[in-house]
Write a protein that binds this ligand. Structure first.
Ligand SMILES: [Fe+2]
Length: 391
């Protein structure tokens, strides 16, 4: 990320800063033990201040271990909207590097939340609202990736009665834009499919001074620890640095196209430890008259490939609805389903929109996936005779 500042910060770090005579509390919030990116926040109160320590609730993952290894499809459309943006996240798949949940919140969480053990990316399929954070307010809308670094205390406000459909990623590692898109100073290169202008930091810092009871839930040690504060946690009068939440709209992703088919890495949007997140966006297709404008069959021998279908018709899939997720696991090839390549020849444009995550270690599934699983998907390449005569 680039340097950003909101509110008032002093000309020098680590000096006395006062507001109406009151000495402010300086907090350095950073990664990798003072070696990674950091921001410096100026609080009215110590961010350690507590009224009480509440309960600790371990995270329980209801794993489903399928009896067979196969290509899988689950449709998240029937998942009923419920709960709030934190407790309403329903886990679909996970491994030690990433967790993927669907969330369709219908209400706000009155308390505050902070992830103390990982970064989050929320892809907003439908809905809009405001992410209120210790760094300031960040508006979000449909098709935004909302990236929330660990350590960010936040709460969501939701717009009106609008339906909210979110895909939530969690990683104990760091969410970054791909290193190959950046020069040695960190600036995004000309060939990157986005620029710094496409990343939107919080726009308004509101310093809260309210006293009272404020619940804070922190995800830490694979569970949720509750605390009770006696002062509003958004008590920052200014901050600056490189760590803060931001939005990036998938509609601002500039697709890379070519004479012949471009490989999946051109769609890469984020990277994390042992996984990538990619965006398949509406674009012109391969323009050579001999081109096959769909992916070739491929065996990703060291990765699992999951795609969430957001809008449009995905050219290489049939029978997959909006809200569906395909999981093409390691050890098996996959490619367009029968008839789709022939149908696509000569096509010059696609309106598909999808989010993909490739993981280098196997994904584990949950009971929710089992509920949504379509066991027929594995046979979707097997329609028609094995060999047909071309006449
Ligand atoms: Fe693939």
């Amino acid at each position: 990320m680039r340097y950003h500042q909101l509110g008032d910060v002093p000309a020098k770090r680590h000096v006395q800063v006062r507001e109406n005579g009151r000495l402010l509390t300086e907090e350095v919030l950073g990664f990798e033990g003072f070696s990674g990116n950091e921001s410096i926040l100026y609080h009215l109160q110590s961010p350690c201040r507590l009224k009480d320590i509440g309960s600790f609730e371990p995270i329980v993952r209801e794993e489903w271990t399928p009896a067979t290894h196969a290509w899988r499809l689950a449709n998240t459309a029937p998942v009923e909207p419920a709960s709030d943006p934190i407790h309403g996240r329903r886990l679909l798949m996970f491994n030690g590097d990433i967790e993927v949940s669907v969330c369709k919140p219908t209400e706000v969480y009155d308390g505050f939340y902070r992830n103390g053990e990982g970064d989050e990316v929320i892809f907003v399929h439908r809905g809009s609202g405001m992410l209120e954070t210790v760094f300031g307010d960040l508006a979000f809308r449909a098709h935004d990736y909302v990236v929330i670094p660990r350590g960010t205390t936040y709460r969501f406000e939701l717009d009106g009665d609008e339906e909210q459909v979110w895909l939530c990623f969690f990683t104990p590692g760091e969410i970054e834009t791909p290193h190959r898109y950046r020069n040695r100073y960190g600036q995004l290169l000309e060939h990157a499919p986005f620029s710094q202008r496409d990343f939107h930091p919080p726009t308004e810092l509101r310093t809260h001074r309210e006293e009272g009871d404020f619940e804070l839930t922190v995800r830490v040690r694979d569970g949720f620890q509750r605390y009770l504060l006696d002062f509003h946690p958004f008590d920052v009068v200014g901050w600056d640095g490189y760590v803060y939440p931001y939005t990036f709209s998938v509609d601002d992703f500039e697709p890379v196209t070519g004479r012949l088919h471009q490989p999946p890495p051109v769609h890469q949007t984020f990277q994390g430890p042992n996984f990538v997140i990619c965006s398949f966006c509406p674009r012109e297709l391969d323009y050579d008259p001999r081109a096959v404008p769909l992916p070739y069959h491929h065996s990703n021998l060291q990765s699992e490939e999951a795609i969430y279908y957001v809008a449009g018709q995905f050219g290489s899939r049939k029978g997959v609805e909006i809200g569906g997720i395909t999981l093409h696991p390691s050890g098996l090839p996959h490619g367009p389903q029968p008839g789709l390549v022939e149908k696509a020849l000569g096509t010059r444009r696609t309106e598909e929109l999808a989010v993909m995550w490739d993981t280098f270690r196997p994904m584990r599934l949950t009971r929710l996936w089992q509920e949504l699983d379509d066991p027929g998907y594995a046979f979707s390449w097997s329609e028609g005779p094995a060999l047909s005569t071309v006449t």
